[in-house]
Design a protein around this ligand. Structure first.
Ligand code: HEM
Length: 270
């Protein structure tokens, strides 16, 4: 993300804090430049919200909403480009449902099955939110592990989406995994691009509609083809399904070793 938004490329917790400070400053600068009393920001300020709250809300919507949807549309444009037969089916469906219209109406979306499957398969293969986190409020037992309250648990959406038990040949891009027949019997939690449970994505429904509308407009207007010799490198997971940094040696500082030890102490096999 740092690379994408042109942020300083420091790493570790200090790096993350610096990046957050940089993004906060930028958002504050944009907000304070807005004319008072105008637009959504002005309305929020008028309703009594302080600048810090408005800034953090804007930040969440931009990072949680726009970045993720943008990533989804990027992959959903790129992946079919390497599969002319799938790209052809998608174009044919859009031509048949939209005719001369450049963009679908919201109500057209339910007739666009191939579009639906392409978007789902792109989000399975390259989930824009690759993992999510939870902190149990009290001690809990998870399978054979005892987890202490306050431990950060990451659940890897990208890995769940590549589980060969539910997704044979998981690295292959195949939207037909999402036909009703292929999906029948597959566990509900095998596909969770928006997370799961009461803290799952608040924007799932509008995001899905937004992604489909954007992709439909783009595919109706342009033909995407791979650029010969250009290698597209996912930020993660990599071609083997491993995100960068996982399984690679990470320099161990005394502070890091102490934190790892602390996690091991708090998360014990029963
Ligand atoms: C392709 C688009 C999107 C994807 C893949 C996505 C994915 C996710 C994921 C994986 C989570 C974490 C869920 C969990 O912890 O179980 C999340 C949370 C969240 N998302 Fe999205 N998201 C998308 C679009 C949006 C949009 C458009 C908005 C709002 C404008 C949004 C707002 C949020 C918020 C507020 C949370 C935190 C929910 C909570 O903690 O209760 N997301 N999203």
């Amino acid at each position: 993300m740092a690379r994408q938004y042109g942020l300083p490329s420091t790493s570790g917790e200090t790096g993350a804090a610096e990046k957050l400070a940089h993004v906060r400053e930028t958002v504050t600068r944009v907000l304070t430049a807005e004319q008072p009393g105008t637009g959504l920001v002005g309305m929020l300020a008028d309703s009594g919200w302080d600048l810090a709250r408005i800034r953090d809300t804007v930040l969440v919507v931009v990072m949680a909403g726009y970045h993720t949807s943008g990533v989804a549309v990027s992959w959903a444009s790129h992946l079919p480009a390497g599969h002319p037969e799938i790209a052809g089916r998608l174009r044919a469906e859009l031509d048949s449902v939209l005719g001369e219209r450049a963009a679908p109406a919201y109500t057209d979306l339910r007739s666009l099955d191939c579009l639906d499957r392409v978007v789902k398969e792109a989000m399975r293969r390259c989930p824009p939110g690759p993992y999510a986190a939870r902190e149990p409020a009290e001690d809990l037992v998870l399978g054979e592990y005892r987890v202490a309250a306050g431990t950060t648990l990451m659940y890897p959406i990208w890995a769940i989406h590549l589980n060969p038990a539910h997704w044979p040949d998981p690295l292959r891009f195949d939207p037909d995994r999402f036909t009703a027949a292929a999906a029948a019997g597959r566990p509900r939690f095998a596909f969770i691009p928006f997370g799961s449970g009461p803290r799952s994505c608040e924007g799932a429904a509008p995001a899905t509609a937004e992604i489909k509308l954007m992709l439909a407009v783009l595919v109706k207007r342009f033909e995407f083809t791979p650029v010969p010799g250009h290698v597209v490198t996912p930020v993660f997971p990599d071609a083997r399904g491993n995100p960068p940094g996982w399984g690679r040696p990470v320099p161990r500082t005394a502070d890091r070793a102490e934190r790892e030890l602390d996690t091991t102490r708090r998360c014990r096999k029963q």
